[in-house]
Design a protein around this ligand. Structure first.
Ligand code: SPV
Ligand code: MN
Length: 628
């Protein structure tokens, strides 16, 4: 220990050292020492949960020009490198030992080789810089969900963002009583240019050591790559929960309120990007508990309980405008502590794509993710640089939103009665259907598909599988993950009902059959279902609503006539399309080891029922009335 203390004093003052010592945790001491010796910052500062320390982090970000204050009080702007504007899937790898099993889609590298490479890159990466050492809690504090997380970073932007997005955890570390049950994240933005953005993008690495509960992230700044607690902690948590009896999911958590009832019923939901996740979490009249990542555990009464592991929102700012997202828009345009990233700033004011102002009110120049920007500016490939990046973000505390659930931070978590799995397809799934069993629900989640949109690169309308919207983060074999899911639900007394949603179904003329706001009706119907208040129609692919219940809800909620013709188009069972989807699932999962039998049982049952119907009727699609 003496040696460690001496070594630490090379980097930090007595106050910082005192904060480390007060934790009484030799594992924390060892790791801090080891990574300071490796990264060699000029100075290291340890922060606790005090207001003074927390405010100091933001001030350092401003002093170092990692964030620049805007005109409005509390607002700052941060830029990531021009080439670091999204999660880097290619350079994010799981460190794999020879005996570890991995599914085919998981990007991995031999553990020893990977460690040697990334530790080599990190050697001296913080030279001349300040290393910020922070303690956080994933999930509520004082809770059986609490997961401690230690962050070392040379980016004050990262440390400040984490302060907005997560709960402070210095006190929680004290409660560890010396145990090593915490995650460690070591991050360095690496060498910076005059704009304070990462230079050596080619040496960007994000290596996930699930065995050791550590993530090494270097030469990057974009939050999905750099913030240990965001998608990096998601991966470590997936590993941990799947080697135990709980779930870590890429899920929102929300309180659903039926217009007739006083009660609030909690749901979780997984949606691939551009499938309606944020807009579901933000449905007017409902409450938000979390918009991105949840832990789910069974309780002693056999309920499923969930918490938001985060405490803030790192949201896409594109298309946030007063019409489509009034609550978020108001939050972003009033004084409060928040960080914008990668948008246009002109005369201290923020501008982003789709903010709801006329084209001619956008400035023709300013500062954005490309540096000084002017209309018509081109990138190296000759493509015009938009005024703001399409993946530009805002970072706010969850409790800054008007619709935050008053109990969002409840240490015991919320009892979850229903789970949504939202895909995006133009021709297969109805707007909402309820799984016949928990295993069927797991099947619904595992078979989510999403069509590419014009907002993503490449061709539009291409179907992509996105099991549980979690594939990007998967660090265990998919069979293990699905088994854990099935067993989790089977153990519960009050198993949540599961719903497949598809807000994007189209008619034969290629037009959407629903309006954007209609999701509110599906969600309310599901809420009534979990309380046994609506009857439903059993079809091979799940229970679907009766026309009359939806018509009543449309009238009550939107004062809109919902016709039977609309209903029949939206809820027709598209037999051929569903069988085609099942064939794709056979390709996807057919040679994957360890997929649970319960999954294949559901698959075979649906296939047999649909094939039989096809034989009997000769129809590609059957109306809901056929199943009544
Ligand atoms: C997502 O892309 O799923 C996000 C943002 O929530 S991030 O993962 O941080 O890029
Ligand atoms: Mn996400």
């Amino acid at each position: 220990m003496r040696g460690i203390l001496e070594s630490l004093l090379k980097y930090m003052d007595k106050e910082s050292l005192g904060k480390l010592e007060a934790l009484n945790n030799p594992h924390v001491m060892e790791q801090v020492e080891r990574f300071l010796e490796l990264c060699k910052p000029k100075v290291a500062i340890v922060f606790d949960d005090s207001k003074r320390d927390v405010e100091r982090v933001r001030q350092i970000a401003i002093d170092l020009n990692e964030e620049m204050p805007l005109k409005m009080k509390g607002h700052t702007i941060h830029y990531d490198s021009f080439y670091d504007q999204a999660r880097d899937k290619g350079n994010t790898r799981v460190l794999k030992t020879p005996d570890m099993k991995m599914s085919k889609g998981i990007n991995s590298i031999d553990r020893e080789e990977g460690l040697e490479e990334v530790l080599g890159i990190m050697d001296g990466a913080m030279k001349g810089k300040t290393c910020l050492i922070r303690f956080f809690s994933l999930g509520p504090t004082n809770s059986r969900f609490t997961q401690c997380a230690l962050q070392l970073t040379d980016s004050a932007y990262v440390a400040h963002s984490e302060d907005i997005l997560y709960r402070n955890g210095y006190t929680e570390f004290k409660k560890l009583e010396g145990s090593d049950d915490f995650f460690t994240f070591i991050h360095s933005a690496g060498e910076l240019d005059e704009r304070n953005t990462t230079v050596n993008i080619d040496k960007r690495r994000i290596y996930v050591d699930v065995i050791d509960g550590k993530v090494y992230s270097v030469n990057n700044q974009y939050a999905g790559n750099s913030l240990g607690l965001k998608k990096l902690a998601l991966r470590l948590s997936i590993y941990k929960s799947n080697h135990s009896d709980w779930l870590t999911e890429h899920m929102l958590v929300m309180g659903v309120k039926h217009p007739d009832k006083e009660r609030v019923t909690y749901f979780t939901g997984a949606y691939p990007s551009a499938c309606g996740k944020t807009s579901t979490a933000m449905i007017p009249g409902m409450t938000i508990v979390g918009d991105d990542i949840a832990y789910l555990k069974g309780d002693e009464e056999g309920n499923c309980r969930a918490v938001n592991i985060e405490a803030g929102v790192f949201g896409i700012i594109r298309d946030v405008n007063p019409i489509d997202d009034p609550v978020i828009y108001k939050t972003l345009t009033t004084p409060r502590e928040m960080i914008f990233s990668n948008i246009l700033i002109h005369e201290g004011k923020p501008y982003w794509l789709g903010m709801g102002i006329p084209e001619d009110e956008y400035p023709e120049k300013g500062m954005n993710h490309s540096g000084d920007w002017y209309k018509g500016k081109k990138d190296e490939k000759g493509n015009e640089i938009p005024l703001a990046h399409p993946n530009a973000r805002y970072t706010i505390r969850l409790n800054e939103l008007e619709n935050v659930d008053p109990d969002w931070d409840k240490p015991e978590g919320h009892i979850i009665k229903g789970v949504f799995y939202g895909g995006r397809d133009s021709d297969t799934n109805p707007p909402i259907s309820e799984a016949l069993t928990w295993a069927h629900g797991v099947y619904m989640g595992a078979t989510i598909e999403s069509e590419t949109t014009s907002a993503t690169l490449g061709q539009s309308g291409v179907r992509k599988s996105s099991p549980m919207a979690i594939l990007d983060f998967m660090v265990v074999p998919f069979g293990l993950y699905l088994n854990n899911h099935i067993e989790f639900g089977d153990r519960l007394e009050n198993t949540p009902k599961v719903y497949s949603t598809n807000y994007f179904i189209k008619g034969p003329d290629g037009r959407y059959l629903n309006e954007k706001v209609d999701k509110k009706i599906w969600v309310i119907w599901a809420e009534g279902r979990v309380h046994g208040e609506y009857d439903a129609i059993r079809t091979p692919i799940g229970y679907i609503p009766h026309y009359k219940d939806l018509a009543t809800l449309f009238k009550q909620v939107f004062n809109r006539e919902y016709t039977e013709a609309e209903y029949n188009q939206q809820f027709g069972i598209r037999i051929d399309k569903y069988l085609e989807k099942q064939a794709r699932m056979e390709d996807l999962y057919g040679d994957e080891e360890g997929i649970p039998e319960a999954f294949w049982d559901v698959h075979r049952r649906i296939k047999a029922e649909l094939t039989e119907l096809k034989k009997k009727t000769g129809k590609a699609e059957l109306p809901p009335s056929y199943f009544k």
